[in-house]
Structures are given as structure tokens and as C-alpha cells.
Design a protein around this ligand. Structure first.
Ligand code: 2AM
Length: 194
């Protein structure tokens, strides 16, 4: 199955960015973008791609350990950014050092469990709200609106393992469906307890 590790912002914070994205939908050019589906909004920590079922038990143990080693930390959604002309995202502020550490630990957990991971790119925390079709699009009008957004703070308390179900219908613009398959508390109980 296709998997990734993620932080899932709470509903209140997703509503806040949801209101901004509602406004983005009304801007010229919005129909040309593919807007990501809200129930699936997440901050990717480590993308694993197809993972063999037989690796799952060890992967789970290692992700639990990665979560356990990381104390909970504050984040908020803040402003926006883009990857070239292709992806439009909400940015993240708060304890980015701890977020980056959690991403590195999730990546290392997957690697050690035998998941072939891509080479490291610099970790850029983001929440993708839209992707451009074809050759890309001018995302600046959307960035102007996103730029002033300041979300409220929340305490990240969980590392989630999420399954990505790719669309099978062939309907143009259909989005992957994301499904949380497991989660581990940050900081967790002492190892060996229980
Ligand atoms: P994105 O939001 O920047 O597109 C599930 O596909 C999640 O994993 C997405 O949030 C996506 O990031 C991220 N991801 C990272 N590398 C990926 C890859 N090579 N293929 C698909 N998704 C990837």
C-alpha cells in the first residue's frame, strides 16, 4: 500500500485555512487548479510510496519509537508558498526545528524498516491546497491572498501513518483519498511501560 508519515492539524485549524481557501476559489484562474480535498489536508513528514505488507510490523515499531523520542511541540499555519508553477501551499510556523526532527526520524524509521526512500531533499513544511494542471499556472494572485494568513497555534501530539488511495475512476481531476491507518503519541509513555 502507498503510505506516508504526516502531522494532521486539528479540525479548528483546518477550518481556519478552509475559510481562506474558500476565498481563493473565487479568484480568477481558480477553476484551472486542482484543489486538494479538505478531509485529507496534512503536513507530509516522509513519503514512502508503495510499502510491502511484510515491512509493516517493523515500520510500525520504528515509527512508534520516532514519536516517542519527540516531545509534543507547537505549530501554526502561516502564510503561503509555492513549488514553481505547480503547487500552492499554506506555510507553517512554530517549532520548525522539532517538526524537521520528527520528519527526519520518520524518514529514518522507514529506511531502517527496509522501505526504499528517495534521497533527502531539504524538508520544506507545507500543506498543499492546490496543484496546477499541465504546464503549471501563475500562482501569484493566490499567494497574495494566502500571504496574510495567520492561523492559531496548536500542539502537535501525534505522528500519523496515512494511506494514499489513488483514484481509480479515471475521472479527470479526481483526488487521492487519504486514510489514517495508525498514529502514535509524541513523547508517549516510557519505553517498556504497559
Ligand atoms: P505534496 O503535498 O507536496 O504534493 C501524499 O502523496 C503526500 O506525500 C503529499 O502531501 C505529497 O506532497 C507527499 N509526497 C512527497 N513526495 C511524494 C512523491 N514522490 N509522490 C507523491 N507524493 C509525495
Amino acid at each position: 500500500m502507498r503510505l506516508f508519515a504526516a502531522v494532521l492539524p486539528p479540525p479548528e485549524q483546518l477550518d481556519e485555512i478552509g475559510h481562506v481557501v474558500d476565498r481563493l476559489h473565487r479568484l480568477p484562474g481558480a477553476d484551472g487548479l486542482r484543489w486538494t480535498s479538505r478531509p485529507g489536508w496534512h503536513l507530509t513528514l516522509a513519503f514512502m510510496g508503495e510499502v510491502d505488507e511484510e515491512l509493516l510490523p517493523d515500520l510500525r515499531v520504528r515509527l512508534a519509537r520516532a514519536a516517542h523520542r519527540t516531545p509534543s511541540f507547537p505549530l501554526r499555519l502561516h502564510g503561503g508558498g509555492h513549488f514553481g508553477r505547480r503547487a500552492l501551499w499554506a506555510g507553517i510556523a512554530g517549532d520548525l526545528d522539532e517538526l524537521r526532527l520528527l520528519a527526519e526520524r520518520a524518514d529514518a524509521a522507514a529506511r531502517r524498516a527496509g522501505v526504499p526512500m528517495d534521497e533527502h531533499r531539504r524538508y520544506q513544511a507545507h500543506l498543499t491546497v492546490a496543484r496546477a494542471r499541465g504546464d503549471g499556472a501563475d500562482l501569484h494572485p493566490f499567494l497574495d491572498e494566502l500571504g496574510t494568513f495567520e492561523g492559531t497555534r496548536w500542539e502537535v501530539g501525534e505522528l500519523a501513518l496515512v494511506r494514499s488511495n489513488l483514484p481509480v475512476s479515471g475521472v479527470r481531476g479526481e483526488q487521492p483519498r487519504y486514510e489514517k491507518v495508525d498514529g502514535w503519541p509524541l513523547g508517549g509513555p516510557p519505553e517498556g511501560a504497559g
